[in-house]
Design a protein around this ligand. Structure first.
Ligand code: AMP
Length: 444
C-alpha cells in the first residue's frame, strides 16, 4: 500500500512519499474522479494498536471533522482496510513554511506578520471550537500553491470535554523548544495558553532565523524556557519585541490571549479590509462546521438494477468512523458503546439488501412475529404472543457499505431479555447462517 501508481479503492492514485511521522507516512496522491491533488496519511493499524494509540486516532478523526478553516488542512475522507487507515487530506503543494525561509533563514517583519496573522486566525478559530493543537511547530506549518498557510496535524489535540476535572491537561507532549514553561513543570496546563506560547516561538523563529530557547543540555534549555530567557536580535523592531514579550510570558495567567493579539496594533498592520474578509470567512466556516465534512467511505456508484432495489430498502450509509470501528483488528466499538445485554449483535453480509430483508421476513414467519415497520433500512419485528414483560420486539437495521456489502445490527427493543437471547441463539443466528459473512466482535 502506498506504492507509487497504486490505486486506493478505485479513488486515489498514490504518488511520491511526502514525509514520515512516527506512526504515519504521508503520500501525494491524485483523486481519480476530479484529478485534484490530495495528501494521504497512511496509518498502520497494528502499530497504532501496539502502542495504544487507538484513542488518539479516534480523537484525531473527530477533531478534524469539527475543524474547517482556510488556514487548517481539511480532512476530506477517511478510508480503512484490514491493516491500514487512510486519511485523505487537503494537499499543501507549497510544502513546509520553514523551507521557504530566505538564505539567511528569516523573513522580513511584514512577511513574518502575514504568516503569523494566518496562524493566529487558525489557532483562535480552533480554540473557539474547544480544540487545542498542543504541538505547534514548524513541521506543522505548510503552504498551499498560493502561499496560504495551512496548519497540519491535529493528532495531539484534546477537546475541552476530555480535559481533566480541574480543566487542565496533564499529558506531556510537544517539541521541547516550543514547549511552554507550565508544560515542562508538569503542573497541568491550559491548552489555549500553550498554543499561544508556541505561536510566540514560531514568530521569533520567523523573524530571527533561529530558536529563542536553545541549549544542548536539556536542563539548561528548560531553565531558559521557564524564565523566558531569550534575546531578540537587533533587527527586530521595538513594537514586535513588546508583542513577543507578552506572548512569551512564562506566567500562563498573564500571557496574552489570541483576542488581544488580534486586537494589537502590530497584528492588524496590513490587514485593513482584508481582516474583515478574514473574519467573515471564519464566521462562515463556524456556521458550516460539522455539516461541512462528509467522511463517507462508501462506494457511490451502482448499477441501475441495484439502485432500484435500494430505492425500496434505503439502508443507512456508514461513515468512515463507523467503518474503522467495525473493521477487524481495530474494533473501537467498546470505546463508544456500552456493551451490555441490551446492545445488539452485528454481522456483515455480502448479500444484497433485498436478500437480507427476505431472510428476516422468513425468520419473522417462523417465529410468529409480525413486521410492524420496514423502511429506511430498519425492520421492526414483534411477537404476537405476550411474554413475561410484554411482547418481545426486535429491531434489525441494515447499513450499506457498498450495494453488495452490508452491516446488519439486531437488537431487542422491548420485552424479556432472556427470551430474546434464547431465540437469538437458537433461531435467529442459525437461520441467518447463509447470509452472514462475519459476526462482528467474535473470533472467527
Ligand atoms: P505528519 O506525519 O503529519 O507530521 O507529516 C509528515 C510530513 O509530511 C510533514 O512534515 C509534511 O512535510 C508532509 N505533509 C503532511 N501533510 C501534508 C499535506 N497535507 N500536504 C503536503 N505535505 C504534507
Amino acid at each position: 500500500m502506498g506504492k507509487k501508481g497504486h490505486v486506493l479503492m478505485q479513488k486515489y492514485e498514490f504518488g511520491c512519499l511526502l514525509g514520515q511521522g512516527t506512526f504515519a507516512k504521508v503520500y501525494h496522491a491524485r483523486d481519480l474522479r476530479t484529478g485534484d491533488d490530495v495528501a494521504i496519511k497512511v496509518i498502520d493499524k497494528e502499530r497504532v494498536l501496539k502502542v495504544g494509540l487507538v484513542d488518539q486516532i479516534k480523537r484525531e478523526i473527530s477533531i478534524m471533522r469539527m475543524v474547517k478553516h482556510p488556514n487548517v488542512l481539511q480532512l476530506y475522507e477517511v478510508l480503512a482496510t484490514k491493516t491500514k487507515i487512510y486519511f485523505i487530506i487537503e494537499y499543501a503543494k507549497g510544502g513546509e513554511l520553514f523551507n521557504k525561509l530566505a538564505n539567511n533563514g528569516r523573513l522580513s517583519e511584514n512577511k513574518a506578520r502575514k504568516y503569523f496573522q494566518q496562524l493566529i486566525s487558525a489557532v483562535d478559530f480552533c480554540h473557539s471550537k474547544g480544540v487545542y493543537h498542543r504541538d505547534l511547530k514548524p513541521e506543522n506549518l505548510l503552504l498551499d500553491e498560493n502561499g496560504v498557510l495551512k496548519v497540519a496535524d491535529f493528532g495531539l489535540s484534546v477537546l475541552v470535554e476530555s480535559r481533566h476535572q480541574e480543566n487542565m491537561l496533564h499529558t506531556v507532549c510537544g517539541t521541547p523548544a516550543y514547549l511552554a514553561p507550565e508544560v515542562i513543570s508538569r503542573h497541568g496546563y491550559d491548552g489555549a495558553k500553550v498554543d499561544i506560547w508556541a505561536c510566540g516561538v514560531i514568530l521569533f523563529v520567523l523573524l530571527a532565523g533561529y530558536l529563542p530557547f536553545y541549549d544542548l543540555n536539556l536542563m539548561a534549555l528548560y531553565n531558559k524556557v521557564s524564565n523566558a530567557d531569550y534575546k531578540c536580535p537587533n533587527w527586530v523592531s521595538i513594537e514586535t519585541r513588546r508583542l513577543l514579550a507578552k506572548i512569551l510570558d512564562p506566567n500562563p495567567h498573564t500571557r496574552i490571549s489570541t483576542a488581544k493579539i488580534m486586537g494589537s496594533y502590530w497584528f492588524r498592520k496590513g490587514l485593513n479590509s482584508k481582516s474583515d474578509k478574514m473574519k467573515k470567512e471564519v464566521t462562515t466556516n463556524v456556521a458550516l462546521v460539522d455539516s461541512s465534512i462528509e467522511i463517507v467511505g462508501v462506494c457511490e456508484h451502482q448499477s441501475p438494477a441495484i439502485a432500484e432495489n435500494h430505492a425500496l430498502v434505503k439502508p443507512t450509509y456508514l461513515n468512515a468512523f463507523d467503518i474503522i470501528s467495525l473493521s477487524a483488528g481495530l474494533d473501537l466499538t467498546a470505546l463508544f458503546a456500552n456493551n451490555n445485554e441490551q446492545d445488539g449483535v452485528k454481522f456483515t453480509s455480502t448479500s444484497s439488501a433485498s436478500s437480507i430483508i427476505s431472510s428476516l421476513e422468513d425468520i419473522a414467519r417462523v417465529l410468529e412475529m409480525k413486521i410492524i415497520k420496514n423502511d429506511g433500512g430498519l425492520m421492526k419485528l414483534e411477537r404476537l404472543r405476550e411474554g413475561r414483560i410484554g411482547a418481545l420486539s426486535i429491531d434489525a437495521e441494515i447499513f450499506e457499505f457498498t450495494p453488495s456489502f452490508h452491516l446488519v445490527e439486531i437488537k431487542k427493543s422491548c420485552g424479556d431479555t432472556l427470551e430474546y437471547q434464547k431465540i437469538l441463539k437458537e433461531d435467529i443466528r442459525p437461520a441467518l447462517k447463509d447470509i452472514v459473512w462475519v459476526w462482528q466482535g467474535e473470533q472467527q
